[in-house]
Design a protein around this ligand. Structure first.
Ligand SMILES: NC(=O)c1ccc[n+]([C@@H]2O[C@H](COP(=O)([O-])OP(=O)(O)OC[C@H]3O[C@@H](n4cnc5c(N)ncnc54)[C@H](O)[C@@H]3O)[C@@H](O)[C@H]2O)c1
Length: 377
């Protein structure tokens, strides 16, 4: 029997926004969740307009997120939204998520979880006090080949991990785009709205991806963080050296000033006996190398995949799936947890509030460590 979709209300994601539309498609792909309410934009008039354009009932289009939380909480239980999806700029995440938990709603929040470590820690405490499900859309963990990579590492397929290299390179902020009135560039380069620059925006994805696959969290780091575009108020390039417990080492590079790089998220891992390579722009392939034998290419949809990867594929091999499908896998897991009434990202397959908070701490540490320990050559 088909599972009932979870009723969701959205904060941000107006018709002019980027990622809100992706969330809506991902939620609908498996009928995991269905949009019933929204406070979709930064002004009441645009919120109502976006709600109408998306076909929401007029009385479920709200001018502000606080109005949505209060009025939805007052509706009969079978009618009111069950989960709040937060896809507004980063400074909205913590206040809206805290209020949503306090009003008894589950939360799906985009990354970075918050704009400061204090906010992130308070959100972890608020989730624990509420017992509600809290998913953070580190969507790259939803790709079948990322789940296969995790399976290979965790089942000992390349031996104990020695080196991890993760990089996330984009070029769209190589010029002072924020000075031209570009909306997404504007808030992303405003420290008050974004918290951090490239580290929070895409470095947080890179940190999450390497930990999701390897199970390793950085225990010590040193970093070199810089701003290349004149007048920009946040960092736009970062190199971080990593040490993990147990002797493994690595590096994380995040930059938005690499012209020609589009969405260049790549992960390379080497263990005692082999390695793994995955590129987000060719998401259906995972290369596995080994000391002993020829290279192996795992492909989405192939019959020999681990169940955890096979379950994340919707189509047979050779039929490319990508960003929206990976996003939908996070929604599928979060919705299952909501139906079960149990916040367990590991069991249901979604990044949780602790993953989100670890990312915020990583960004803060990388910013604080920048420039320490340089030696003249
Ligand atoms: N997971 C991913 O791959 C991914 C990709 C892009 C963005 N994001 C994250 O998603 C969030 C939104 O990013 P975007 O690129 O879609 O931004 P955007 O600027 O395109 O859209 C933001 C939306 O939020 C609305 N908004 C602003 N303040 C609001 C408020 N107080 N109440 C209600 N709505 C409000 C805006 O009107 C707009 O509709 C950010 O946190 C970003 O880091 C995640």
């Amino acid at each position: 029997m088909a599972e009932r979709p979870i009723r969701m209300g959205m904060i941000g994601g107006g018709t002019e926004a980027f990622i809100g539309g992706v969330h809506r498609m991902a939620a609908r792909l498996d009928d995991s969740m269905r949009l019933v309410a929204g406070a979709l934009s930064s002004t009441p008039a645009r919120s109502m307009e976006s709600g109408r354009a998306l076909g929401l009932q007029p009385d479920r289009c709200y001018g502000t997120w606080s109005d949505m939380l209060a009025k939805e909480a007052a509706l009969p239980e079978h009618e009111r939204m069950e989960a709040v999806v937060i896809v507004a700029p980063n400074d909205v995440h913590a206040p809206a998520a805290t209020a949503a938990l306090e009003a008894g709603f589950h939360v799906v929040c985009d990354k970075p979880l918050a704009v400061s470590t204090d906010e992130a820690d308070a959100l972890v405490a608020a989730q624990q006090a509420s017992g509600r499900v809290f998913a953070v859309t580190y969507n790259y963990t939803g790709y079948p080949m990322v789940r296969q990579a995790r399976h290979v590492v965790r089942s000992g397929g390349i031996g104990a991990v020695r080196r991890v290299m993760v990089e996330y390179l984009q070029g769209w902020l190589a010029t002072p785009l924020e000075q031209s009135g570009h909306k997404q560039a504007g808030w992303r380069t405003d420290p008050a709205r974004a918290g951090a620059g490239v580290l929070g925006d895409i470095g947080s994805h890179a940190e999450n991806l390497m930990t999701f696959v390897t199970g390793l969290t950085a225990s010590e780091i040193c970093s070199d963080v810089s701003t290349h575009v004149a007048g920009r108020a946040v960092e736009d390039d970062a190199s971080v050296l990593l040490r993990f417990g147990g002797g493994a080492v690595g590096s994380l590079t995040a930059s938005q000033v690499c012209p020609g790089s589009r969405n260049g998220l790549s992960l390379r891992i080497w263990g005692e006996r082999g390695g793994l390579v995955w590129h987000q722009e060719r998401p259906c392939e995972l290369l596995q190398t080994s000391l002993e034998g020829p290279d192996v290419v795992h492909r989405a949809g192939d019959p020999e995949l681990a169940p955890v990867a096979a379950d994340a594929c919707r189509l047979p091999s050779g039929h490319p799936e990508g960003f929206i499908e990976a996003f939908a896998n996070i929604y599928r897991g979060a919705a299952a947890a909501m139906r079960a009434g149990r916040d367990d990202g590991e069991a249901f397959g979604y990044p949780d509030v602790r993953d989100g908070a670890r990312g915020v701490h990583f960004v803060a540490a990388a910013l604080a460590a920048s420039g320490c320990g340089w030696t003249r050559v």
